[in-house]
Design a protein around this ligand. Structure first.
Ligand SMILES: *Cc1c(COP(=O)(O)O)cnc(C)c1O
Length: 357
């Protein structure tokens, strides 16, 4: 399918941010967007890059009522050499298509989506920030658009990609977070939609996160929904623990989002010759290890933060300090390694990075 390109005229162009140290996350979007539409029996059509604009949607659009919505989150990085790099971007679209299947939505052609995304980034390449740690966030999204109020899969969809510059996640260095072990609310359960990046999972997680914030915590550590016993994820990140010399993360049993940063961490730590286990880990084992001084580090992983060190875990009213409340050695080493690969500064033995300009 051919991608039409309609460039924004002067009146449609927005002022670019002047302070790259104050970009924040998710408020600034560029001058253009990619869109295409789908109808049952017809497939995807009308692929276009056009000036960023409001979309018009029928109030009966099924996505607004029954939550058929999926998304992805990835980044483009500006290297010191001025070049623009993507990190494992195809894997994001493979995951997007798995989310689509789970939500009875049509898959997209990955080659087309990749081409569209690269063309969009290159058209708006002056928006890719240059300050160390900043990047261009990319948000592919699909939503059901058929106007119909009966519950069934929609016959029409809109796919779009919007992009925008985002700040360095850690402005004042990597500050470890305080996490609250949630033993009432749950994020997802096996057989549900936990492994899909779909809107409903996030809507369902908001109340627990708000209540934890009121108590002074940054994030919620989710336990499994059946027994409230095994650790799953932290906020919207996968979770790792270093106990003695074993790096442990929850297995992909269906309730956990299969993070690309998670997968990258597993492979790097294996390359380093460390012991990595994808296994069930009970919160009791974590707390026992913390009490016995064997919980060396804990950290979350995700595209936004890369590595988010945990400095305190609070469970059933008891606080447990992790790694002296500081960034641990492994967390720091992993952060440095992954960031260097993403910005094209370090050799890339797994072929994860693609230069696009
Ligand atoms: C996106 C996401 C992650 C992290 O995935 P990455 O591919 O590493 O960015 C982890 N958990 C949840 C719930 C997520 O939505």
């Amino acid at each position: 399918m051919e991608i039409k390109v309609m460039q924004a005229d002067e009146s449609q162009q927005k002022p670019k941010p002047t302070d790259e140290f104050d970009l924040g996350f998710g408020d600034i979007l560029t001058d253009h967007m990619f869109s295409m539409e789908y109808e049952s029996g017809k497939g995807w059509f009308d692929a276009r890059i056009e000036p960023y604009r409001n979309i018009s949607i029928d109030p009966a659009a099924m996505g607004l009522h029954y939550g058929q919505e999926i998304f992805e989150g990835l980044k483009a990085y500006r290297g010191k050499d001025g070049a623009i790099y993507l990190f494992r971007a195809r894997v994001n679209f493979e995951r997007f298509n798995r989310s689509a299947k789970r939500l009875c939505m049509p898959e997209v052609d990955i080659d087309l989506a990749m081409e569209a995304m690269k063309e969009l980034i290159l058209l708006d390449k002056d928006w890719v920030p240059r300050t160390h740690g900043t990047s261009l966030y990319i948000r592919p999204t699909m939503v059901a658009t058929e106007p119909h109020l009966g519950v069934r899969p929609s016959n029409a969809y809109l796919f779009f990609i919007i992009i925008g510059p985002v700040g360095a996640y850690y402005k004042e260095g990597l500050n470890p977070v305080k996490i609250y072990v949630e033993d009432f609310y749950v994020r997802a359960t096996v057989g549900g939609t936990g492994e899909a990046k779909t809107a409903g999972n996030y809507a369902a997680s908001l109340l627990a996160a708000e209540e934890a914030k009121k108590k002074g915590f940054t994030q919620v550590l989710w336990l499994d929904a059946v027994e409230r016993k095994y650790v799953e994820e932290v906020g919207t990140m996968n979770m790792f623990f270093l106990i003695d010399d074993e790096v442990i993360t929850a297995p992909l049993t269906g309730s956990i989002l299969p993070g690309i940063t998670r997968d990258s961490v597993i492979r790097i730590v294996k390359d380093w010759g460390m012991k990595v286990s994808e296994r069930s880990l009970s919160i009791d084992e974590v707390i026992e290890a913390a009490k016995g001084g064997r919980l060396k580090e804990a950290f979350g992983t995700g595209t936004a933060a890369v590595i988010s060190p945990v400095g305190q875990i609070t469970y059933k009213g008891e606080d447990h300090i992790v790694a002296g409340g500081k960034m641990g050695e492994l967390s720091q080493r992993l952060y440095d390694e992954i960031v260097a690969i993403q910005y094209g500064e370090k050799s890339d033995p797994h072929g994860w990075v693609e230069r696009i300009d």
